[in-house]
Design a protein around this ligand. Structure first.
Ligand code: SAM
Length: 312
């Protein structure tokens, strides 16, 4: 077993044993089981087929949706060290299971019904069906999950390694076009031959050598505490774009061009100031149906946006 896998597995075991673990991923120490962004709302603004993509996203959904759109040169950079193992577990599950069994294996909250959680999540019978494909895709990921599933109850693993931020089926189906049956079945083959690259690290500290046609920074933006950090992140990521490349600077919840900034919002939502500090990059807002489309009281809160810039 390589050193990185041994360390990650050991830390995951400690966490499942309720022991404190020193890790560098702070508030992102738990993975997102599924995306909490409406990826379908923005994905078609990016040229993905035969182009490259650098993205964060511990749920793996950014990568899986990009593969669904025939993007084949993908790097997943995330601060959470278990991201790679979860991506391969999800990919092997799509390849090995029909869509209902996939949901039964990986969905937990509000599944199969709202207000009922799925106590068959990560069940061992379904893991046994996925295990062979997982071994073929990435042996380290097989070792990681096989060891955890043999030591702990599935719910314990779900609780300790994943956050509780999981949307309902109606939303997840809208966010992820791979969750429609035709796309899901077509994806099985693509996932066998498209091999993403993985980097575990902080986007602010990690040296990245490749240049990309597309970079997605998901919703890191709302977690940044000041404008200097927003500028630092954008400067660094813009410098990694190929000519004409597109940078998704931040996903913005419940935001359109008319949304008024309130002092309790994170700085990235102060669009006037953000446009000013990033003026050299000419950022623009692209707006689409938001994740809270079905539970918002005000029309503007039903929309989300991405802040985007293009390398000239
Ligand atoms: C802010 S979180 C929110 C989840 C996200 N909206 C999604 O749909 O996956 C975005 C992702 O960025 C990762 N992340 C946060 N800060 C990071 C950083 N400084 N460097 C690298 N990854 C980071 C988290 O681990 C998480 O997977």
């Amino acid at each position: 077993m390589n050193e990185e896998l041994a360390r990650n597995l050991n830390n995951a075991i400690l966490r499942c044993n309720n022991r404190y673990v020193e890790e560098n991923c702070g508030e992102f120490s738990r993975m997102y089981p599924f995306t909490n962004e409406n990826i379908s709302g923005y994905i078609d603004f990016f040229p993905l087929k035969d182009h490259s993509l650098l993205t964060v996203g511990s749920s793996g959904d950014q990568v899986i949706n990009a593969i669904n759109k025939d993007c084949s040169d993908i790097t997943l950079l995330d601060i959470n060290p278990y991201t790679r193992y979860y991506y391969f577990l999800k990919a092997a599950s799509i390849i090995s299971l029909d869509i209902d069994s996939f949901r039964l294996f990986l969905r937990f909250m509000d599944y199969p019904k709202v207000f009922r959680d799925n106590y068959k999540v990560f069940n061992k019978q379904l893991f046994n069906k996925v295990a062979n494909e997982l071994k073929l895709l990435d042996n380290d990921s097989y070792t990681f999950w096989n060891e955890l599933f043999s030591l702990f109850e599935p719910l314990k693993i779900r609780e300790e390694l994943f956050c509780k931020d999981e949307e309902k089926d109606q939303c997840l189906n809208m966010f992820n076009s791979y969750l429609n049956s035709a796309n899901y079945n077509a994806l099985k083959d693509k996932l066998k031959y498209i091999k993403p690259k993985f980097i575990t690290g902080d986007i602010f500290l990690t040296e990245i050598k490749q240049k990309y046609d597309n970079i997605w920074l998901s919703s890191i933006g709302p977690f940044l505490r000041n404008f200097d950090k927003i500028k630092e992140m954008t400067d660094k990521m813009y410098s990694l774009l190929n000519d004409n490349g597109l940078l998704l600077i931040s996903y913005l919840y419940e935001t359109n061009k008319d949304t008024k900034y309130e002092p309790e919002f994170a700085p990235i939502y102060d669009l006037e100031k953000v446009y000013a500090i990033l003026s050299e990059y000419h950022p623009e807002l692209i707006t689409f149906l938001g994740v809270n489309f079905n539970r918002s009281w005000s029309p503007s809160a039903m929309e989300d946006s991405i802040l985007l810039c293009r390398r000239k």
